[in-house]
Design a protein around this ligand. Structure first.
Ligand SMILES: Nc1ncnc2c1ncn2[C@@H]1O[C@H](COP(=O)(O)OP(=O)(O)OP(=O)(O)O)[C@@H](O)[C@H]1O
Ligand SMILES: [Mg+2]
Length: 252
């Protein structure tokens, strides 16, 4: 097991006005899984991803990544852990405008003592897998949104992290760029057994993953597994679960 979450609770606010967003979530994620997290707007998807990925602290509960309890780590150790062992893809690409595609992708390696030829090799691998190798010397404002998001995906994978966390990675993309990115993520997931956790409100995007976890009222509502069936069948079941849940509407 690569990630285990036990009794995760998260509240916001002060002691007079508190809202409990996550009310006790247990999860077990195996190495090599591609998991989607779905649920209505406001159901706590981003909050869950942020605590699992150590961007934010839990109010109570424990999160183990490869057996290590990250909720017990001090800030400095946690920051290093995040940089070394995790990869991130956000809805708004988060690329640095003053760096080229290649420089952006290599950022996670800059904190390491890696040999130049190893760095080049890693760059070649991820940039070819994400089909952006020929854009190496371009700047983010010279390439399309889809290419920018594939650049940010390459940056998330380049240091071979234990887990990739993606919050609505296709949220700003047209459907063709979205399916292109999802195919690449799926390919990286299969080829290099990378573990991916992705928040999405899009049933099509979720159908690329191997398991979908639905949140409702701060708890896990249900879980669907793709198994061996065709993606189309999985998509249909995701759609029907979503409609029972109230679709992408706002949680009341
Ligand atoms: N920093 C914060 N301070 C206070 N409340 C917050 C904070 N972050 C989120 N919330 C509240 O927690 C709840 C869950 O928010 P969250 O962003 O996790 O939802 P989500 O499922 O990601 O929604 P969306 O689909 O709209 O992105 C919402 O009611 C939100 O207002
Ligand atoms: Mg969100």
């Amino acid at each position: 097991m690569i990630l285990e979450a036990k009794g995760i609770k998260k509240s916001y606010g002060n002691r007079f006005n508190r809202t409990e967003v996550l009310k006790g979530i247990d999860l077990e994620i195996e190495k090599g899984e591609f998991v989607s997290i779905m649920g209505a707007s406001g159901s706590g998807k981003t909050t869950l991803l942020n605590v699992l990925s150590s961007i934010d602290r839990v109010s109570s509960g424990h999160i183990f990544i490869e057996g290590e309890d990250i909720t017990a780590m001090k800030d400095k150790k946690l920051a290093n852990f995040r940089k070394n062992d995790l990869g991130f893809i956000f809805q708004q690409y988060n690329l640095l405008d003053t760096l080229t595609v290649k420089e952006n992708i290599l950022l996670p390696l800059s904190i390491r003592n890696m040999k130049e030829d190893e760095v080049e090799k890693q760059f070649d691998v991820v940039s070819n897998e994400l089909d952006i190798h020929e854009l190496s010397e371009k700047y983010p404002n010279e390439i399309s949104g889809g290419q920018q998001q594939r650049t940010s995906a390459a940056r998330a994978f380049v240091h071979q992290p234990k887990i990739i966390f993606a919050d609505e990675p296709t949220g700003a993309l047209d459907s063709k760029s979205a399916s292109n990115l999802l195919n690449k993520l799926k390919q990286m997931n299969t080829n290099s057994r990378s573990t991916i956790m992705m928040v999405t409100h899009d049933a099509t995007a979720a159908s690329y993953s191997s398991r979908v976890i639905f949140l409702k009222d701060g708890l896990v509502y249900s879980t669907l597994r793709k198994g061996d069936r065709p993606q189309e069948d999985f998509y249909k079941e995701i759609m029907s679960t979503q409609s029972v849940l109230g679709g992408v509407g706002v949680e009341s």
